[in-house]
Design a protein around this ligand. Structure first.
Ligand code: PHE
Length: 341
């Protein structure tokens, strides 16, 4: 190497062909850095007679600059070629990777269906809080402290706050709305409710309800029946049989429960309908005058009806689901069956 003259090196540099990564790497080792021929030429500057040093130094520096420029250019060219090769490898005619569509949770599906049916019947959707005080969940709803009806619903109380609880029914929203606004009122309120129950295929400590409330100057039990009858025909299909049975709720008088003809056995009798041919889907009744009074509405001027239904129950009947726990497990095999609903 040291034998090569500057001119020879200049020629070698000029004729180097850097068309592969290997050639570029070999070039780098020979021409760039501390062990390169250029560095060796620099070292030799001390052996050069002083009067020639300046010219020699300029020539070596020019060689160095030329080597570096050639190297940089070669690296750029290689990079560009690599990119071009990569782009050429993309086959734009290939099919795309299919995206798996998401699905609404079946409870959301049913909730939306219920809300939209009642919206068409003129009901406005409102929401209330899930943590409520005793007044909104019980007392205003004509269920004072010592009332035996409290035993009907096992309540979760908020630790160290005996007055605060997780609402046991969406009926609490009725009270909020009647306190907040003046009649006429025509609302439904979907949401989560809580009861301290043992979890089984039929019961859960969390579930969902939709509450309905209609208050105006003239509202009759016939309006209640027609509204709920229409709902059932639209939700479960025309021709679905319904029946009303007398029942009891502290906040309605008279009270009723509504059954639909069992969709599983069509009235022949099965385990879902406990061999009666009928399945209960909701509680309802005319709002008790005492409840109106509690909310500062004059029962002499206004009357109304209310109803409350369980969303899980509706979903189980409509889609033939036999275990309420499925709604809360988030098992993909279950949820994916509702894609497109
Ligand atoms: N809140 C009652 C329940 O949870 C249902 C209901 C609502 C009954 C409104 C009558 C009127 O069982």
């Amino acid at each position: 190497m040291s034998e090569l003259s500057l001119e020879q090196l200049q020629q070698e540099l000029a004729s180097a062909v850097l068309d592969t990564p290997e050639a570029v790497e070999a070039f780098r080792r020979r021409w760039i850095g501390r062990k390169s021929v250029v560095a060796a030429l620099m070292q030799r500057i001390r052996e050069i007679p002083p009067e020639q040093r300046r010219a020699y130094g300029q020539q070596v520096n020019a060689l160095k600059a030329a080597a570096e420029a050639k190297f940089r250019e070669a690296v750029e060219t290689l990079k560009a070629q690599e990119l071009e090769a990569k782009q050429a490898a993309i086959d734009v005619t290939l099919d795309g990777v299919p995206l798996e569509p998401g699905a609404y949770h079946p409870l959301s599906v049913v909730m939306q269906q219920v809300v939209s049916i009642f919206r068409e019947l003129g009901f406005e959707t409102v929401e209330g809080p899930e943590i409520v005080d005793d007044w909104h969940n019980f007392t205003a709803l004509n269920t004072p402290e010592d009332h035996p009806a409290r035993e009907m619903q096992d309540t979760f109380y908020v630790h160290r706050h005996p007055d605060w609880l997780l609402r046991t029914h969406t009926s609490a929203v009725q009270v909020y709305e009647m306190e907040r606004r003046r009649p006429p009122l025509r609302i439904i309120s979907p949401g989560r409710v809580y009861r301290n129950e043992t979890i089984s295929a039929r019961a859960h400590c969390i579930f969902h309800q939709v509450e309905g409330l209609y208050i105006d100057t003239v509202v009759t039990f016939a309006d209640l029946k027609q509204t709920l009858y229409t709902f059932v025909q639209r939700f479960f299909g025309t021709g679905t049989g319904v029946r009303f049975r007398p029942s009891y709720f502290p906040f309605t008088e008279p009270s009723a429960e509504m059954d639909i003809a069992c969709l599983i056995c069509h009235g022949k009798g099965c385990s879902v309908c406990k061999h009666t041919g009928w399945v209960e889907i909701l509680g309802c009744g005319m709002v008790d005058p005492q409840v109106l009074l509690n909310c500062n509405i004059d029962p002499a001027a206004y009357q109304g009806f209310a109803f409350g239904m369980g969303i899980e129950r509706l979903a189980m009947l409509k889609y033939g689901i036999d275990d309420i726990r499925l709604f809360f497990e988030n098992d993909h095999r279950f949820l994916s069956q509702f894609i497109g609903q």
